[in-house]
Ligand binder design. Structure first.
Ligand SMILES: NC(=O)c1ccc[n+]([C@@H]2O[C@H](COP(=O)([O-])OP(=O)(O)OC[C@H]3O[C@@H](n4cnc5c(N)ncnc54)[C@H](O)[C@@H]3O)[C@@H](O)[C@H]2O)c1
Length: 544
């Protein structure tokens, strides 16, 4: 990246705005907003057009009244950083800045930008002065300092705090600020409210800030749009007027008839709901880690055990953890809560046991997949050092292209530490930036590379799109994600493509017993997370 350009993931270069561009941009948007307001449309500024904000902006822009007339004009506001500015010109061409498997995303953004002309993107903060509603969708990260110890990390509120600062500088006092970012509980009332109030005071504004919180439950994947628009929402306001305004806004833009809103008394309750919701799921997943090891060591197939238990309706939300728990939310959200208890809410005692432990277990589960690979190769008389290993699946969950904090990353880093050579295939991922750009991604000094040795060569990892080419000659294949194409893989075809028997590691209950048996008959060594019964199948093959 140069000093003057922002480069999109597709490699297109967009010059960053110059100082003189700002006033021109604002004047034209001001005129545009006046025209839109004259049509009876509310002006909504969405701050941060990333994964969540880009799609939320389009959902709001798509809103119509009963007669099908648009009721909102949306300005997507994005800071013009080298890393993110490209999202603005892309959006203004009607192209989604986020890659989504949901076929609704691209046409909805195109429709709103080009046909309905209810969505536009900009880099100037001044548009905030035009807003009736500001929706905040910037990130709030949790920075971990160690692998497997969430407690030594901290919340990074820089983007959120600076966004709130500029919002307070520019908005009309009557505008509602709706924070959708997942925040540390207490943030809306104890950080955002005083910050806005202080700046309002400097501006001579006497009225109370109108501030609300409503968290996103968006799920990357095929139902991306529906997971925002057609899904239940929780919200709360800092005062009665904020509460009324946020209820009105969400009732207008979301499908709350089918998916009713839950309105809480206080923002800290809405904020806590998000953190507890995700910590609950992270804990369920972590709980299975110890039983997965138990199963491996005692001839038990945990996949069948869970299937047996899930027949009971009270227990049917059990989930098998795979090689780690990724995605943007589950690895960090509990950390936001634990950190807030001390640093925002001011308590010194330590009440948290399960929440941080669950995150630590989930963050290190990928290491075990690497160990199973080492063991399987050893059983075949092959050392892990210099072994060629193919990882099938870079994404954090099935049938999405989202690689954020995926379990496969930790597995690969551990394997590289042990000297293995890595190949990767994933039908949904074109670039694995966590490796390709590990010096700067997900931030300078934040790569998980720093928790392992021997990571330099992982920069050369490229996703091999041709599965047969990826398989050719490998010593081990790790089935890391339940992507649809991997469920169908036939052992005879796999071994033929490899050209020799190999170690096959099943991290996600992908192989049924017939496939396990067939791989063993073909001379492969099979191991799997939570799959202690494989030894039995091996013995029975050897007897026949
Ligand atoms: N992605 C998910 O799957 C998901 C699911 C549920 C909740 N969330 C929550 O939604 C929030 C946003 O997540 P995301 O995935 O969209 O993040 P993201 O990093 O994709 O997007 C954030 C955007 O905000 C922009 N930004 C940062 N500071 C800004 C500023 N001062 N002014 C204007 N723009 C600024 C960034 O450049 C970026 O484009 C987070 O709190 C996250 O926890 C995300």
């Amino acid at each position: 990246m140069s000093d003057n350009y922002s480069v999109s993931p597709e490699g297109e270069k967009y010059p960053l705005p110059k100082p003189e561009d700002y006033s021109l941009e604002f004047e034209s948007l001001k005129k545009r907003a006046e025209e839109e307001r004259a049509k009876g449309r509310e002006i909504v500024v969405v701050m941060g057009v990333g994964f969540v904000g880009a799609v939320m902006a389009a959902i709001v822009a798509d809103t119509t009244d009963k007669d099908g007339n648009p009721t909102k004009f949306v300005i997507g506001m994005q800071r013009p950083s080298e890393r993110s500015f490209w999202k603005i010109p892309l959006l203004n061409k009607g192209i989604s800045p986020v890659k989504a498997e949901d076929p609704e995303v691209e046409p909805m953004i195109k429709r709103c930008v080009l046909d309905k002309q209810t969505l536009i993107a900009t880099f100037t903060y001044e548009v905030l002065s035009l807003a009736d509603v500001v929706v905040v969708d910037v990130q709030c990260d949790y920075l971990k300092e160690d692998l497997g110890n969430v407690r030594t990390g901290r919340v990074d509120m820089e983007a959120l705090e600076s966004s709130l600062g500029v919002i307070a500088e520019y908005i009309p006092p009557s505008a509602l600020v709706l924070i959708e970012t997942t925040v540390a509980p207490g943030t809306t009332e104890q950080v955002a409210y005083p910050l806005i109030k202080k700046i309002f005071k400097k501006r001579g504004i006497k009225s109370e800030p109108l501030l609300a919180h409503s968290y996103e439950r968006v799920m990357p994947g095929r139902d991306y749009v529906a997971s925002i628009r057609d899904f239940w929402r929780v919200c709360a306001g800092v005062n009665d007027e904020s509460r009324e305004k946020v209820e009105k806004f969400l009732n207008e833009v979301l499908n709350t008839e089918k998916f009713p809103l839950t309105v809480m008394d206080k923002p800290i309750e809405s904020e806590t709901a998000k953190i507890v919701e995700n910590s609950f799921r992270a804990t369920l997943l972590a709980f299975m880690d110890e039983w997965s090891l138990f199963a491996e060591r005692n001839g038990v197939d945990l996949i069948k055990v869970m299937k047996a238990i899930k027949v009971r309706p009270t227990h049917n939300n059990m989930i098998f953890p795979g090689p780690g728990i990724g995605g943007y939310c589950l690895p960090k959200d509990g950390g936001l809560g634990v950190w807030a208890y001390k640093h925002i809410l001011g308590f010194e005692d330590d009440i948290f046991k399960l929440t941080p432990m669950a995150i630590d277990i989930n963050d290190t589960r990928g290491l075990h997949a690497a160990q199973l690979t080492r063991d399987a190769l050893r059983n075949m008389g092959l050392p892990i050092a210099a072994a060629e290993i193919l990882v099938l699946g870079a994404a954090y969950r099935e049938d999405v292209g989202d690689t954020r904090y995926s379990g496969s990353e930790v597995t690969i880093r551990k394997l590289a530490e042990m000297g293995a050579e890595i190949r990767v295939h994933d039908p949904y991922v074109q670039h694995w930036w966590e490796f390709e750009n590990q010096d700067v991604f997900p931030g300078v000094g934040h790569s998980k590379a720093r928790f392992f040795r021997n990571q330099e060569k992982l920069k050369d990892i490229r996703i091999e799109p041709d599965m047969n080419k990826a398989l050719e000659g490998v010593g081990a294949v790790i089935l890391a994600v339940r992507h649809e194409p991997y469920l169908e893989l036939n052992p005879d075809d796999v071994v033929k493509a490899i050209g020799q028997p190999a170690a096959i590691i099943d991290c996600f209950g992908i192989l049924d017993d017939d496939k396990i048996r067939r791989y063993i008959e073909l001379g492969c060594e099979v191991k799997g997370l939570g799959r202690g019964h494989i030894k039995r199948i091996k013995d029975s093959v050897q007897k026949t």
